[in-house]
Design a binder for this molecule. Structure first.
Ligand SMILES: [Zn+2]
Length: 133
């Protein structure tokens, strides 16, 4: 099987999209979404809170940037993003509930529109509770 040649422009676009989303999150996430500590702009991490990069490895490369969205991403302190000091990233289920409280139905629509062939089981269960099958 031939490997597809990686397009360096996609990597650059992804970096730009991530920076744009992170800038938006600075206005939303004052506190770490893991532990609640005050976010320090110079030292915080953007975390894919529901749909991870691992979840989208099967997607075409040019569509994987879709997960870098204010619906999916949250800011974490460094200890929560790289588990340390007994801290951990927030569970996906909790991020889902918090994001839904912030965004409501548009977040559900965003999740439904993602190009999964098979949604992660936790997400299928969550969406079922909203009547989405
Ligand atoms: Zn934290």
């Amino acid at each position: 099987m031939r490997r597809r040649k990686l397009d360096p422009a996609i990597g650059e676009q992804t970096a730009q999209i991530r920076a744009h989303v992170k800038a938006q999150l600075f206005e939303r996430d004052i506190f770490c979404r893991g532990c609640g500590d005050l976010i320090q702009i110079a030292n915080c991490h953007m975390h894919e809170g529901m749909i991870s990069r691992g979840d989208v490895q099967g997607w075409p490369r040019e569509r994987r940037h879709l997960i870098f969205s204010i619906f999916n991403c949250v800011l974490l302190c460094p200890s929560c993003n790289v588990p340390a000091d007994g801290k951990n990233p927030p569970p996906r289920d909790r991020v889902f509930d918090e994001q839904y409280a912030l965004y409501g139905a548009p977040m559900i629509d965003w999740l439904i529109a993602l190009p999964f062939k098979h949604r992660p089981a936790w997400l299928t269960a969550k969406l079922k509770s909203f009547g989405v099958y």
